[in-house]
Design a protein around this ligand. Sequence first.
Ligand code: UFG
Length: 328
Amino acid sequence: MKVLVTGGAGYIGSHVVRQLGEAGHEVVVFDNLSTGYRWAVSCGELIVGDLADEAAITEVFNSHRFDAVLHFAANIVVPESVENPLKYYSNNTRNTLNLLKAVEKHAVPYMVFSSTAAVYGMPEQTVLTEDLPLAPINPYGASKMMSERMIMDLAAASSLHYVILRYFNVAGANPDGLLGQATPEATHLIKVACECVTGKRDGMKVFGTDYDTRDGTCIRDYIHVEDLAKAHVMALDYMAGGGESRVLNCGYGRGFTVREVIDMVKQQAGKDFPVSETGRRAGDPAALMADNTLIKDVLGWEPSFDDLKTIVSTALAWEKIWMEKQAQ
Ligand code: UFG
C-alpha cells in the first residue's frame, strides 16, 4: 500500500514507519519536525509541512494517491493542554479536520488514528474496555475524543474504514538502538528515570504515595513501542482484508507501580539516583490498564515485548545512544 504517515518523524510514528518499510509498504511522511527528527525517518519520502497549512495538505494529496493515512501528528503533553487548551484543539482537533477534508476529497479508503487512554478520563474500573463512556478530564483527551468522533462520522458518511488505537503508556525503544524517544523536556515516567541515569537530570519525584494500590503509587499499563507499532501494520492488513472499522485498546492488560518502574530502571542501569516523594499530580487516576481482548481477537495481535525489563533496558540503551548522538 501507499501510506501517508503524519507525524512519522516522531517517537511512535518513526517506529511505525520502519515497520511499514519492512512490510513492503511505500511510505510518505508528513511532519513539521516540531518534535520529530529527519534522521528518524528510516524509509520513504519526508515532506516537511504542517497540518495547519491546508494548501500544503492539498499539494501532498494532489501529488500522491494514498491507500491509507496513519495519523500520529499531535501534541501530547497533558499539563500543557490544561494551560494552553486552544493549542490542543488547534493542533490536534482542527488539524485532524484539515486532514480529513483531504481524506474525503481523495476517497482514501483506510485510516489508522492514534488515540489515547486519556479519552476515558478517571474511570471507576481499573481494567478498561473500549465500550466505556468517554469522559476526558483534560483538553488533550478531549482533543483526541473529538478527532475520534470526526473520523467515525466521516466513515459513516463515506467509504472510509478506520482503526482507532487507544494507546496506554507507551515506552521502550527499537531493540537495535536505531530509534527511540528523543522528545525534548519529556515528562513520561520511564523517559524521566532514564534521564536520571545518564545524568541529564539530577533526580526525580514520585507523584503521590497514598493511592489505594499495592505500594501507594499509581499503576500504569506500559506497552513497548515496537508492539504498538506492530498493531498499526496489522490494522492496515485487517482493513485491506475487508475488516470493519474498530476502536481498539493498545496495552498489555497488566500494570506496574511508579516505584516498581523506578526500581527496574535502577536495577537495569546498575546505578542509583535521587528520588523524592511528593504530593499527587492533578488528574492522575490510581490505576489504568487496558482490556486487550478486542485487539487480540480482531487483529490477531500478540505482544512480543511484554516484559518491563525489556521495555526499560531498550529505553535505557536508547537514552545513552541519544546522548552520544546529541554530543556529535
Ligand atoms: N510519574 C512520577 N514522576 C514523574 C513522571 C511520572 O511519579 O516524574 C508518575 C505519574 O504521576 C503517573 C505515572 O508516573 O502516576 C505515569 O505517568 P506518565 O506521565 O508517564 O504517563 P501518564 O499515565 O500520565 O500518561 C499516559 C500518556 C498520556 C495519556 C495518559 C492516559 O502518556 O498521553 O497516559 O491516561 F494521556
